[in-house]
Ligand binder design. Structure first.
Ligand code: 25A
Ligand code: L14
Length: 340
């Protein structure tokens, strides 16, 4: 590995994902020459720690990116739409966690374990998109199955943690739970219904076709990352009262026959995956085990007995880490090692 170091900016540094991006840069020993923390005016002057130093948060403006090599963005779609091209025009490569650029044909959409070679296309617009959290954890284990046996169709239902919506939603679940346990009135600010002790089949906004945007992100992003538009994907995305870690029930139909044991053996040697599948010992992936680490946990691997070539599984990962910050920093690592 080269000794080169980079000037890095984090846009949305005060948010749930931005905070984790900062920790990942530290944990993964990213070769940082200088670092800049950017957020909206609300956070200007707040101090954030990096490698023991306190660094003041600055306002994100057009001028923020002069001399920067890489910017990690997680400040929402409209901020990325406006500022990512301005950063790129100044020679700073943007790795963007919002949904703004993901389906742009000139922007690579990358999960390093799956399609790291797509990073080469960063030169087209100077932007690399980080996929949706639910999509990332699904394609990490499905990619080797698709390569080997061919996936025809995916049916997925998600059980998504509130941290995906950001810090405000983490406080909302906490506050509602505490209020309800104390027989007090509770407030709804982030979600349209009570999230404590409830499940909401509604993530992001509804579209004309009756699906939510989150569901259609899973359909479209999966095909783009696996580079195969023939895969059928249908999704139901559900918010559950969990703080960290998305869980997914995934059913696949393959072209070639495959047994549960073959899937288990293939996934045991797949980078980024940990098979947790020992029902006799009550061992299966859990959100509380996935939280705080970077592997995608897969278990409950079993044959779908209703069709010829079907497999069911349960996939869990930390939505803020592998689903967002870790994946973004992994992209940055490949970018630096191979292209900058
Ligand atoms: O689906 P999307 O669009 O791709 O969105 C992805 C993620 O982006 C965030 C949110 O994460 C979401 O999960 N987000 C989206 N729309 C947003 C919006 N309109 C939005 N955040 C704020 N406003 P999050 O909440 O964990 O992190 C948000 C991060 O983005 C920074 N940010 C927002 N707008 C920005 C911006 N940075 C630069 N320019 C902008 N225009 C945001 O920094 C945070 O880092 P911040 O300084 O705005 O917020 C710091 C803290 O202030 C609190 N807070 C949030 N909203 C409000 C607020 N306080 C008062 N009023 C508010 N309206 C929070 O506690 C926050 O941590
Ligand atoms: O497309 O759980 O990155 O509300 C941002 C919001 C993922 C889901 C994205 C949530 C979404 C997230």
């Amino acid at each position: 590995m080269s000794e080169k170091k980079y000037n890095v900016a984090v846009a949305g540094a005060t948010g749930a994902v931005g905070n984790q991006m900062i920790s990942c840069l530290e944990e993964m020993k990213f070769p940082v020459k200088s670092i800049k923390f950017l957020a909206s005016q609300r956070s200007v002057g707040r101090m954030l720690r990096f490698q023991g130093d306190l660094i003041a948060v600055e306002e994100l403006t057009e001028k923020s990116f002069k001399g920067m090599d890489i910017a990690l963005f997680s400040a929402g779609g409209s901020t990325s739409e406006k500022f990512a091209p301005l950063a790129a025009a100044q020679g700073c490569v943007v790795i963007d966690n919002s949904s703004a650029w993901r389906m742009d044909p000139l922007v690579p959409l990358v999960v390093p374990e799956v399609n790291s070679s797509a990073i080469a296309q960063h030169t087209a617009k100077g932007i690399i998109a980080n996929p949706n959290c639910s999509t990332i954890q699904m394609v990490v284990p499905l990619n080797p199955i698709h390569k080997r046996y061919g996936i025809k169709r995916i049916v997925v239902s998600t059980y998504q943690a509130v941290s995906g919506t950001g810090k405000k939603a983490i406080f909302e679940l906490f506050d509602q739970t505490r209020a309800l346990m104390n027989f007090l009135d509770h407030e709804k600010r982030v979600y349209p219904h009570q999230i404590a002790f409830n499940c909401l089949p509604h993530i992001d906004s509804f579209l004309e076709n009756g699906y939510t945007k989150e569901e259609m992100k899973m359909v479209n992003e999966t095909r783009k990352i696996l580079e195969d538009d023939t895969i059928g994907v249908t999704a139901t995305t559900v918010r559950v009262p969990v703080f960290y870690g998305h869980s997914e029930s995934v059913n696949i139909e393959t072209k070639e026959a495959v047994s549960a044991q073959e899937v288990r053996l293939l996934l045991e040697k797949t980078p980024g995956v940990k098979v947790v599948d020992d029902p006799a010992k009550n061992a299966y992936p859990l959100a509380i085990d996935a939280a705080g680490q970077d592997l995608t946990l897969v278990g409950r691997i079993r044959k779908d007995e209703s069709i010829a070539n079907g497999i069911n599984m349960w996939i869990v990962a930390d939505n803020i880490r592998k689903g967002a910050a870790t994946n973004a920093v992994q992209i940055a690592q490949v970018l630096c090692q191979e292209y900058l």
